[in-house]
Design a protein around this ligand. Sequence first.
Ligand SMILES: Cc1cc2nc3c(=O)[nH]c(=O)nc-3n(C[C@H](O)[C@H](O)[C@H](O)COP(=O)(O)O)c2cc1C
Ligand code: SF4
Length: 803
Amino acid sequence: MKAPGQGRGVLVLPSRILELWHGFRYLLVFGACVAGVATYIYTKLRSRRTKALSSPFVITPNAEFVTVEKSGWLEKKPPTGKIGENERGLNWEKTVSDVRLKKKLEDARTRVRTTPKRVKGSKVLKKLLLEEHQRPLTTQIQPVIFFSSLTGTTEKFANTLLKGLEESLKDQRAMLKVPQIHDLSYIDHDDYFIGPPQPDGLAGDVQYFYLILLPSYDIDTALDNFLSHLQETHQDFRIDTASLSGLAGYSVFGFGDREGWSTEADGFCSQAIEVDKWMAKLTGRKRAFPLGLGDVKSDAAVRLDEWRIGVVGVLLDIAAHGSLGEGVMGSGDAIESDEENSTELSTTTETAIQRPPKRKRPGQRLSIGDVEDLGRKARAQIDDNLAQEPFPYPLPIDFTASITPSMSPAAPKQMVPVSSPTHVALTKQGYTIVGSHSGVKICRWTKSALRGRGSCYKFSFYGIKSHLCMETTPSLSCSNKCIFCWRHGTNPVGTTWRWEVDPPVLILNGAKEGHYKKINMMRGVPGVRAERFQEAMKIRHCALSLVGEPIFYPHINEFVALLHKERISSFLVCNAQHPDQLAALKPVTQLYVSIDASNAESLRKIDRPLHRDYWQRFLRCLDIMREKRFSMRTVFRLTLVKGFNIDEEVEGYADLVALGLPGFVEIKGVTYCGTSSSAGAGLSMHNVPFYCEIVEFVEVLNAALGRRGLEYGIAAEHSHSCCVLIASKRFFVEGKWHTLIDYEKFFECLESGKEFSPEDYMGPPTPEWATWGSGGFDPADERVDRKGKPKAAVTNSVGSPAV
Ligand SMILES: Cc1cc2nc3c(=O)[nH]c(=O)nc-3n(C[C@H](O)[C@H](O)[C@H](O)COP(=O)(O)O)c2cc1C
Ligand code: SF4
């Protein structure tokens, strides 16, 4: 039997528990849930951590691949071999076998850490490049010569260059480091031709300047590897397309053999030309000096030396100014000659002629016979007219006339002040305004010649190399308002000189400075030939035929004398409106008048002269030209405008030739300038004659001169610029035309102080390729189309025009 208390106590315990459960059950359930969740999270976290710790270190793909691509070393490979397997079990150690590559990767990492770069698969924006190049250069420049040589020739030249550079740059050590030299066969191309080298601890303190000397081989050589390397680097989408833009600049010199590969088209220096192109792309057009080419069997040493001098000049520029100067990216865009608006414009528009319908001039034709006498008669007739029948209006004051005190104007103003619209307009069109009334502009032929694409017709006719020629004017103002003048509306005009006068020295120095500056801007333009670039740095000829009227300038004689003193020849074109000034003009190498029309009415409509006695002035000028023909070479320049003056004007022009008896008559087609004023005058592209039409006109004119008993003949042509030369038989010697000029002889004659005639400085015979029927394009140059592609040579046989 159980004790009563004992049995009750047993019953009370469960009910107590039940009671407690009811009282705390929600709390207990909630606590259990929280504990469960916490345990779950803890377990999860713990398991992750364990897994991570047991896996090999994996480089973050993004960061590391970017690193690799930025440095340009590897294609989608992790960058180091010291790490073991990754999650997929690939052993990177095995994939990176090249020890050097590993080192580069390390370097690349360092580089990336110090100089982060963006991956760019597209073309580098010009603006970005500009910014980069425009930053002031405070770093030292390290010139590096690279060469390749199979038989030792290039190596020898490279070492000579090294010595030359060391010598020339020794005083510039603060900015220019001692040049280095590397054989391309012994260096790793990756070290220098993916990105500029980064010297340890000096990143940012040194910029490299590459000089690359190469022979050319049309067989497989190590050079092909180098070329492929450049090409692949440029085309590698992971690498900046201009990955070498960090260079200070570069220039290439090629050695070849003209005996076996006579022209560039035949392969002369082909590989140097290729390398130059790839380097231009890789550096973002940092060609600091034009590509030089030398023939190992003739001129290599001379050409290399010229090139060295040019390169040293550039390096010194950098030392002095901290920048590459003009002509390379970042310092002023060099204008491609193909894009250039034609300077011929100035010479053609100033003479283009609008002709009235067919005009009969019975009784006005000069008879065959004594043309001299006729000239005198014409002059006498004019004088009579002036004396007996004064003009019904007051004659305008010629600027050559003396001015009475009462008429003297107040203080003269500047002709083209800097703030004037004319200044702005001319500057925009590429003119450099010199002083307050002069201008200079590099013409498209100068650019063309620098690139070996041909000189203007003056080379074929007179031996003027266009890259040695400066086109300028000492007076932007003129006394005509020709309807076809592209400057119409903004050009200063006047019958008298009423502006401040700049001294001739100032004009010449300013013009030369402006010209050289523009030449310098061609430095980085593809295709510019180093030797021509060098030659262009010495002006040999001056064409005073830009815009305006050169003899309007009161000190024209002094200006021309300064040119001659520097042995610069002078070709002066005037508009036949300033007879007194023309009469007072001292000898120039060649004197032109523009013949814009063959009768007074026509001239008035076309030239819209300010002088009311314009026709008398015009005739007087022809008269003076006739008188001057034994003291200097005289030229009539005719510009033909289709639909205006080709068919009907031949006889009239022949009469004018009979009057002035020029040594030469240049006939050329107008160049359409496409301005609103020319369009307003009814001119369009349809008025530009084809060469065959020029040829036809010339033949008819030649016949017309013959009928007048004038001893002229068709001497030369330049079909490339639609231009033909008729010459006096004075220049036909021993069965050959002698239209070229002996410039040295001209200066000698001048310096002798004695009287001399054009025959005294007549040059050698006109080259065969320039004579009538041969086309007139210098075979040493390459004719190209507008896109710069080689064009078939035009050999225009007489009567079957080619253009
Ligand atoms: C097999 C061979 C191929 C050549 N091919 C060219 C060529 O295509 N174009 C060229 O201008 N010169 C060519 N040359 C001429 C060399 O470029 C020239 O002799 C040069 O100076 C060699 O330089 P190096 O002695 O430094 O190797 C070739 C010469 C050889 C022997
Ligand atoms: S003469 Fe001189 S300025 Fe005139 S087109 Fe020829 S190169 Fe140019």
